[in-house]
Design a protein around this ligand. Structure first.
Ligand code: FMN
Length: 361
C-alpha cells in the first residue's frame, strides 16, 4: 500500500515523502533576479520543515523578460554561483530542489510598455489586454535555446532537476490556447501543432541535461475559459511528453482570465472543495507512464490518503499552505497536524514580498 511518507524517485531524485512545494513566486529576489538573504531563508525554512521536494518560484530564462518584480532569474551564467548556495542549503536538510523555468509573456502588468513581449499571435491577452509581438521562427528557436541554457545552468548550480512552466497562461501555455495562438504555420492550428513548441522545448532541455536528470512540466488540465486548451488536448500533450521520456507532470489548471476557476481558487474550507483538479490528474495518471503530481487546493491528509489509494497520482503539491506553514510536513509526520491552516484567501501578495498575511503577526 502506498503511503505519503514512502521513499520514491523521480528519475535520479530520491525523495523522502510525497509532499512537494509547488512553484511560488516569492517577490524577494533582487532587481536583476539574483538571490537575496531573505529569499535564501524561505528555502532554508522549507527544507528544515522536511518538504520532500521544493520547486522554486518561476525563474525567467530571457533577460528583461520578467512578468513580475522580485522574480528569480536564470538568464545567464552569473546565477550558477548564486544558486549553488541555495541548493547546498536545501540539501543540508535532506530536501531536494527543482528550478522552475519560465517565459512570462503578455499575461502581465509589469512594465509592459518598456519591453518587447513575445506571444504566439498578435492578440490582446485575455485578462491584461497586453498585445504580443508575434514570434518569428527565429524567435521560437531563441526561446527553445534559452530554456535549454537555463536547464543546463540549473544542473551546474546543483538543482536536482528542472520544471518548465507550461501552465497558467504564460507563454508556453498560450501556445496551447486557441485564442492566444492563431498562427497558421506549423506552430498553430490543431493541438499537434500548438504543442510543437513544448515538444521542442522538452527535447532541447533533455539534450542539454542528459537522460539521468529530472525534467518535469507544469501544465493545465484545462484553461477554464471559453476558447481553451481542452482536457482531451491536454491529455494528448501529457501522453506525448510521457512517450518522449518526461519524468513528471504537475497538473494544474486555469489562466488569469478564468478568474474564480483559475489555478488559485479561494475559500477551500471543506474537504469536498479540496484538490479541485483531481478528476483530471487522476485520468492523466491512468493514461501516462510517468509520475503525476497534483496541485491546487490540497489541504488535508485525509484527502491525500484517499487520492493515494483511489488513483495513480504520485505526489501532492501545495503553494499557499507552505507560505503560511513552512514546517507543515514536519507536523504531518509528527501527527501534530492533519490539515493545513491556510484558508485560501488569496491575499499572499504584497509589494514587500509574498507571505501569509492572514496568520503573520
Ligand atoms: C504567491 C504565489 C505565487 C505563485 N507563483 C507561482 C510560480 O512562480 N509558478 C507557478 O507555476 N505557480 C505559481 N503559483 C501557483 C501555485 O504553484 C499553485 O499552482 C496554486 O497556488 C494552487 O495551489 P495551492 O492551492 O496549494 O496554493 C503561485 C501561487 C501563489 C499563491
Amino acid at each position: 500500500m502506498r503511503t505519503l511518507f514512502d521513499s520514491t524517485k523521480i528519475n535520479n531524485i530520491e525523495l523522502n515523502n510525497r509532499f512537494i512545494r509547488s512553484a511560488t513566486w516569492e517577490n524577494k529576489a533582487d532587481q536583476k533576479g539574483h538571490l537575496t538573504d531573505e529569499l535564501l531563508k524561505v528555502y532554508q525554512e522549507l527544507a528544515k520543515g522536511q518538504v520532500g521536494l521544493i520547486i522554486t518560484g518561476y525563474a525567467f530564462v530571457i533577460k528583461d523578460e520578467q512578468p513580475n518584480p522580485g522574480m528569480m532569474g536564470i538568464y545567464d551564467d552569473s546565477f550558477i554561483k548564486d544558486y549553488k548556495k541555495l541548493t547546498d542549503a536545501v540539501h543540508q536538510h535532506g530536501s531536494k530542489i527543482v528550478l522552475q523555468i519560465a517565459y512570462g509573456g503578455t499575461q502581465t502588468n509589469y512594465r509592459p510598455e518598456n519591453r518587447v513581449i513575445w506571444g504566439p499571435s498578435t492578440v490582446p491577452e485575455m485578462a491584461t489586454g497586453v498585445v504580443a509581438h508575434e514570434m518569428t521562427k527565429d524567435d521560437i528557436n531563441t526561446l527553445v535555446k534559452a530554456f535549454g541554457d537555463a536547464a543546463s545552468r540549473a544542473k551546474s548550480a546543483g538543482f536536482d532537476g528542472v520544471e518548465f512552466h507550461g501552465a497558467h497562461g504564460y507563454l508556453l501555455s498560450q501556445f496551447l490556447n486557441p485564442y492566444h495562438n492563431q498562427r497558421t504555420d506549423e506552430y498553430g492550428g490543431d493541438i499537434e501543432n500548438r504543442a510543437r513548441v513544448i515538444f521542442e522545448t522538452y527535447n532541447e532541455i533533455r539534450r542539454r541535461v542528459g537522460e539521468d536528470y529530472a525534467v518535469m512540466i507544469k501544465i493545465n488540465c484545462r484553461d477554464f475559459v471559453e476558447q481553451e486548451l481542452t482536457f482531451e488536448e491536454s491529455l494528448y500533450v501529457c501522453k506525448e511528453l510521457s512517450k518522449r521520456g518526461i519524468d513528471a507532470i504537475e497538473v494544474s489548471g486555469g489562466i488569469a482570465a478564468a478568474k474564480e476557476l483559475g489555478a488559485q481558487r479561494k475559500k477551500i474550507n471543506s474537504t469536498e472543495k479540496e484538490a479541485y483538479f483531481e478528476e483530471y490528474a487522476a485520468e492523466i495518471a491512468e493514461q501516462v507512464d510517468t509520475k503525476v503530481i497534483l496541485v491546487g487546493g490540497i489541504r488535508s491528509l485525509d484527502v491525500m490518503d484517499r487520492l493515494l489509494s483511489e488513483t495513480k497520482i504520485d505526489y501532492f503539491s501545495m503553494a499557499r499552505p507552505f507560505l503560511s506553514e513552512p514546517d507543515l510536513v514536519k507536523h504531518f509526520q509528527e501527527k501534530s497536524k492533519t490539515k493545513a491552516r491556510c484558508v485560501s484567501c488569496g491575499s499572499c501578495y504584497t509589494p514587500e514580498g509574498n507571505y501569509c498575511v492572514t496568520f503573520s503577526k
